[in-house]
Ligand binder design. Structure first.
Ligand code: PEP
Ligand code: MG
Length: 571
C-alpha cells in the first residue's frame, strides 16, 4: 500500500480491463446474523417445504428473466453461465436432499438450507483442482438468490445501486450480469478464470481482485477509481489523478462487426432487418449500419409539441421531407399517428373508463378525420414522386381498413385536383396487433399491400396483460406464435410481404423461431440490428423450422423460452 497526502492506492490483480470512476459501496458477506434459526414441529414441515419450493421457483423466474435480457445485450457467455444456474436448480441437493433435510432437521428452511450448502462447500473446498473449487462460487451465487427469496430483507442495498463501484469479498456471476448501473468491481478474492470475471470482461466492466477490502471499509460513499488495466484501486483520488483518469475512460466497444443489408442463414436463405425509428437523429445511422429501410416510423413521436392536434400541415410537411431526404432512397413504412390508449400525444381527452380498449390508433384517426387527413396530406406532399408505404396501426377489420383507404384516396385526389405532386405509388399496409385482425387476416391480406405484425400490442390484447407487467406479459406465449403462423399463411396466400416490428423482432432469442414461422423481414431498434443479423447467420432454415414446430406445440411461454434459450446457448 502506498499512501499519498489524501488518496489511498492499492495494488491488486487486473481481472477485467478498463477504467471506472464511481462511488464505492461495500457489500457485506451474508453471515449467520442475517438469518433466523428456530425449530419447527413435524406438522410444520410441509409448510416449510412449500416455502422452499416457492423460493426456488422465484429464483428460476429471476434467472429466466435475466437470461432474456442478457440475450438482448448480446452477452452470450453470461446467458450460458446463467443457464447452468437454472440447471443447478434441478440438482438433488437443491430438490430432494434439501426437502428431506427439512423433515430430518426440524428447523426453519433458511437454517437447513445454509447447513446443506455449508456441507457442500466443505466437499468443494477439498477438491485439489482450483478450477473446480472456483465453481463453488456458482453454487453460492444460486444459494444466495434462494436465500434472498426466503428472507427478502438480506442484501437489498444491491438492488438500489446506481453508478457505483461495488466492493465485495467475492464476485458472483449473477451480480455481475444483473445490475447495469454498476461501473466497476473490487474484490478480496477471485481469479481471472471465474465465471464472474468472464461476464465482467464480456460486459466491459473494469474489475480488480486480490485487494484487502478491510482497508476500504472506512471509505464507503467516497469516490474511487478502478484501473482494470493495471490492477490498481485509487480511493479518494486527488483532483489531478481524477482528471488524468477521466481522460482515459473509453466506452466498451460492442458489436463492431458490419453486416450487409441482407443477411443469409447457414443454408443461404435471405432475411432483411430494417429499423424502428422514433427519433429523427437516428436516421443517419441507417447508412452507417447498412440497413435496408425503416420498417416502422413511429410518427406520433416526431412532433416536438407532444400534441398532434396542433401539429400543422406545414410543420409536418417539413419534418417528413427532412426524414425522407435523410433516409436517401431507403423505403420507409410510414406509420400514421398511433395515439390514444397508453400513448397520449393528444389533448383530446378521453372520457372512456378504459382507453386502452377504446378510441385509439386507427379508430381515433377515423373519428377525428381532420387530424388523419392533415397527416395524409402532409405525408403525400412530402413523398412526391417517391414510392410511399403507409402503415395503419391497430386495424380491427376490413371495414375499418376500407374506411381508411377511402380517406387516403380522397386526399390523393384532392391534391391532384389542386395540381400538387403526389407519390408515384401508394402502398397501404395493416398492422396486425389485435386478435380480430389475426382471425380476419385472410380478408385483410386481400385489401392490404403488406402486413406488419405488432407483437407488443398483439401480446397485450391476446393475454389481457399490459406490456409493463413483466410477470404476465409474455410474447413467447404459444398463442402469439400460433397467431404469427396464421398471419404469415394469410400473407403468403395473397403474396404480400409480412414483417414483425414488435420487440421480439429485436431479441436474438426469437430470431430462428420467427424465421421458422416464415418471417423474412424483421424491424428492430437500431442498437439490436447487428445482434439480430448475427443470429440469422447462425442457423439453417431446417433448424429454424424445427424450432418453430416444437414451439408451436409448447403449452406455456416459459416452455417456449427454455426451448429458445437452449438453441441460443448451443449456437
Ligand atoms: C407493437 O405494438 O408491436 C408495435 C410495434 O407498436 P408500438 O410498440 O408502437 O405500439
Ligand atoms: Mg402497437
Amino acid at each position: 500500500m502506498q499512501e499519498t497526502s489524501e488518496q489511498l492506492v492499492l495494488q491488486g490483480l487486473a481481472v477485467s480491463e478498463g477504467i471506472a470512476i464511481g462511488v464505492v459501496l461495500l457489500i457485506e458477506e451474508l453471515t449467520d446474523d442475517h438469518f433466523p434459526v428456530f425449530s419447527i414441529s413435524t406438522s410444520q414441515v410441509a409448510e416449510e417445504i412449500g416455502r422452499y419450493r416457492r423460493a426456488v421457483d422465484s429464483s428460476r423466474k429471476d434467472l429466466e428473466k435475466l437470461q432474456y435480457n442478457l440475450v438482448q445485450e448480446g452477452s452470450k457467455e453470461a446467458v450460458t453461465i446463467i443457464n447452468t444456474h437454472i440447471q443447478m436448480l434441478e440438482d438433488p441437493i437443491m430438490t430432494t436432499i434439501m426437502e428431506e433435510k427439512i423433515g430430518a432437521m426440524l428447523h426453519n428452511t433458511e437454517h437447513v438450507f445454509r447447513t446443506v450448502i455449508a456441507d457442500y462447500e466443505k466437499q468443494f473446498k477439498s477438491i485439489p483442482d482450483e478450477f473446480f473449487r472456483q465453481r463453488f462460487t456458482d453454487v453460492k451465487d444460486l444459494s444466495n438468490r434462494i436465500l434472498r427469496h426466503l428472507h427478502p430483507k438480506v442484501n437489498h442495498e444491491i438492488d438500489e445501486v446506481s453508478n457505483t463501484i461495488l466492493i465485495l469479498d467475492e464476485l458472483t456471476p449473477s451480480l455481475t450480469a444483473e445490475h447495469s448501473s454498476i461501473l466497476g468491481f473490487i474484490t478480496r478474492s477471485g481469479g481471472g478464470t471465474s465465471h464472474a470475471a468472464l461476464i465482467a470482461r464480456a460486459k466491459g466492466i473494469p474489475y480488480v481482485s486480490n485487494i484487502n477490502i478491510d482497508e476500504l471499509r472506512p471509505f464507503s460513499g467516497k469516490i474511487a477509481i478502478v484501473d482494470g488495466n493495471e490492477g490498481k484501486v485509487i480511493v479518494d483520488p486527488s483532483d489531478e489523478e481524477l482528471a488524468r483518469y477521466q481522460d482515459r475512460i473509453v466506452s466498451p466497444k460492442k458489436n463492431e462487426q458490419q453486416y450487409p443489408v441482407r443477411v443469409n442463414t447457414k443454408d443461404g436463405a435471405h432475411a432483411d432487418v430494417w429499423a424502428n425509428i422514433e427519433d429523427i437523429s437516428d436516421i443517419r445511422a441507417l447508412h452507417e449500419l447498412e440497413i435496408g429501410g425503416i420498417g416502422l416510423l413511429r410518427s406520433e413521436f416526431l412532433s416536438s409539441k407532444n400534441d398532434i392536434e396542433s401539429f400543422s400541415e406545414e410543420d409536418q410537411i417539413s419534418l417528413y421531407s427532412e426524414i425522407i431526404e435523410k433516409a436517401l432512397n431507403l423505403p420507409i413504412y410510414f406509420r400514421v399517428f398511433d395515439v390514444g390508449g397508453d400513448k397520449s400525444f393528444s389533448s383530446i381527452t378521453s372520457s372512456e373508463s378504459n382507453p386502452a380498449l377504446g378510441i385509439r390508433s386507427l379508430r381515433f384517426l377515423l373519428r377525428y378525420k381532420e387530424i388523419f387527413e392533415r397527416q395524409i396530406r402532409a405525408i403525400l406532399q412530402a413523398s412526391c414522386n417517391k414510392e410511399l408505404y403507409l402503415l395503419l396501426p391497430l386495424v380491427t377489420d376490413v371495414f375499418e381498413l376500407l374506411e381508411a383507404k377511402k380517406i387516403i384516396y380522397q386526399v390523393k385526389d384532392d391534391l391532384l385536383e389542386k395540381g400538387l405532386k403526389i407519390p408515384q405509388s401508394i402502398k397501404i399496409g395493416s398492422m396486425i396487433e389485435i386478435p380480430s385482425a389475426v382471425i380476419l387476416s385472410d380478408q385483410l391480406a386481400k385489401e392490404s399491400d403488406f402486413f406488419s405484425i405488432g407483437t407488443n400490442d398483439l401480446t397485450q390484447y391476446t393475454l389481457a396483460a399490459d406490456r409493463s407487467n413483466s410477470d404476465l406479459y409474455k410474447p413467447a406465449h404459444p398463442s402469439i406464435l400460433r397467431m404469427i403462423d396464421v398471419v404469415v399463411k394469410s400473407a403468403n396466400q395473397q403474396g404480400i410481404k409480412v414483417s414483425v416490428c414488435g420487440e421480439i423482432a429485436s431479441n436474438p432469442l426469437f430470431t430462428p423461431l420467427l424465421f421458422g414461422l416464415g418471417i423474412r423481414h424483421f424491424s428492430s431498434p437500431l442498437r439490436y440490428i447487428p445482434l439480430v443479423k448475427e443470429r440469422i447467420t447462425q442457423f439453417s432454415s431446417q433448424e429454424a423450422e424445427s424450432i418453430a414446430k416444437r414451439a408451436l406445440a409448447c403449452i406455456s411461454a416459459d416452455e417456449v423460452t427454455r426451448l429458445l434459450t437452449d438453441s441460443y446457448v448451443r449456437s
